[in-house]
Design a protein. Structure first.
Length: 507
């Protein structure tokens, strides 16, 4: 017992980031941060309370006026320095992400790069903050618009991309002149602290960016805090809906991105080798813990049998192990609880009659017996009535649905309540064009399995994959983190004019 207590005391306990520095939480509640490859607790994370959140909001509220009034060019220069520091420290951030999440280091580095692209976009925001101007809309009257920041914003981000998804939010918000409070996932919180440290090194004034760790108590504090004007969220659909409704009730702006069940259609004319490689990467990369992962393959016509054969072969070749080992393709799931949940889905798929082509249950990695591993799993002859089809599994489980025509494939996908991403693999431009026009999904790939838009577009789905009107980053991000003010102005000499008692009009 004494040894257990001593081990507990030796563990690092993370702090919060408030006022431009790391500060201890007042909350006594702690959570465990685990290395998923070993199953061992590697550090503790504080579960912030209302007092901790209030401290962050006070710092943000105090910092906001000066940052809002800082020229957009100077704000962009701070962002440029932050960009350089992110690139210099990219390997270290990827190491932290791999250690706490479990994904391979190359995958962590690649996802960080997609976040860095948003920082690059944010460096050019001064050009995009321009309003509109119309001269002489009436005699001596000009009309123009101003685009101004909304105030203190907050982001609540998921465990699966502890660097990339926060970078989709706070660089855009801060470059627009807002202050920002980040509540990262308590499962892998350290990358957020590293980015806060780098942002401060880049010259960001204290209080403009804060990190508050925690669970539902911290989340509810954000949603109900009267001094937080806007909330961004990425996570599951039930939580996204809860966040959207709560923020709307409290008069906040909100963009809440929810769950997904992404389908990839494979046409009979598709290049099978190319397509199978794409599907293996999209289905099993990051152990399937991606909101844009392909979890359902819709095989059209005679392509089904050869496609399943090649998918099985390639799934068996995926090398599974700790994310920090060279040559590993897929790491563990994030927690033991989540591993057990994914195994339960495989059980239900087999029980409900899907053909289990490759079973990932019971996968063991030598030297990592305590890790949270599930092997690549492939089901064939999945139907829309099955649990593995209806639910977002968020694990390395790929299901094949068979249909006869492209019409049927489109109908199957359009019937799904989620509508985050989808893809089609074909050599036919006509089929691809029809698919992209008729599919009711927010992001579409043509021969690209994970169609995450580049940073100067925007990321977001339809239906139950998005609650709110605006997507994240890109031009939608700028619209979300700013408000438009319309100004009508007249400048004239102080000659005597009588009162105008009628509605002013153009003339």
């Amino acid at each position: 017992m004494a040894q257990a207590i001593e081990s507990h005391l030796e563990l690092e306990t993370l702090q919060l980031w408030i006022g431009g520095k790391a500060v201890p939480a007042t909350s006594a509640r702690l959570g465990n941060v685990t290395n998923p490859a070993t199953g061992k607790v590697i550090r503790r994370v504080p579960m912030a309370n209302r007092a901790d959140l209030d401290a962050a909001v006070r710092a943000a509220t105090a910092a906001f006026p000066a940052w809002r009034d800082t020229s957009s060019t100077r704000r962009a220069r701070v962002m440029q320095k932050f960009l350089a520091l992110l690139r210099t420290n990219a390997a270290e951030i990827a190491r932290i992400v791999s250690e706490e999440h479990g994904k391979t280091r190359p995958d962590a580095l690649a996802s960080l790069e997609r976040g860095i692209e948003v920082v690059e976009f944010a460096c050019g925001i001064p050009h995009l903050l321009k309003g509109e101007h119309s001269e002489n809309v009436a005699t001596g009257v000009d009309a123009y618009t101003l685009r101004q920041p909304v105030g203190v914003c907050a982001g609540i981000t998921p465990f699966n991309f502890p660097a990339m998804v926060p970078l989709w939010m706070f660089p855009v918000a801060i470059a627009c002149g807002n202050a920002f409070i980040l509540k990262p996932s308590e499962k892998d919180p350290s990358a957020a602290m590293k980015m806060a440290e780098l942002f401060t090194q880049a010259g960001l004034p204290p209080g403009v960016f804060s990190v508050v760790h925690g669970d539902k108590e911290a989340v509810d504090g954000i949603l109900n805090h009267p001094d937080i004007a806007a909330v961004s969220f990425v996570g599951s659909t039930p939580i996204a809906k809860y966040i959207y409704e709560t923020c709307a009730r409290n008069g906040k702006r909100v963009q809440a991105l929810g769950g997904a069940k992404n389908h990839a259609v494979v046409m009979p004319d598709a290049d099978l080798e190319f397509t199978a490689n794409a599907l293996i990467g999209a289905g099993y990369g990051s152990a399937g813990e991606r909101c844009m992962a392909i979890s359902v393959v819709v095989a059209v016509g005679e392509v089904a049998d050869p496609l399943v054969t090649i998918l099985k072969k390639k799934a068996e070749e995926v090398k599974i192990g700790p994310g920090d080992v060279d040559g590993v393709d897929m790491g563990p799931l994030v927690t033991g609880e989540h591993r057990d949940k994914v195994v339960g889905y495989i059980d239900s798929g087999e029980r409900e009659g899907a053909a289990l082509v490759k079973d990932g249950r019971g996968h063991r990695v030598a030297g990592c017996e305590g890790g949270f591993f599930v092997g690549t799993t492939l089901f064939d002859r999945v139907t829309p009535e099955m649990t593995i089809y209806k639910d977002e599994i968020f694990g390395p489980v790929l299901g094949v649905v068979r249909v006869d025509t492209l019409d049927a494939a489109i109908s199957v996908i359009n019937a799904v309540p989620y509508a985050n991403g989808t893809a089609i693999f074909t050599r036919s431009g006509g089929a691809a064009r029809r698919f992209q026009n008729e599919i009711e999904v927010g992001m579409v790939g043509v021969n690209i399995p994970i169609p995450v838009p580049v940073a100067f577009y925007s990321f977001g789905g339809w239906k139950n994959s998005l609650f709110g009107d605006l997507h994240v980053y890109g031009t939608d991000g700028i619209k979300f983190y700013t408000r438009t003010k319309a100004v009508t102005a007249r400048w004239r000499d102080a000659d005597a004019v009588g009162p105008n008692m009628i509605m002013p009009s153009i003339g």
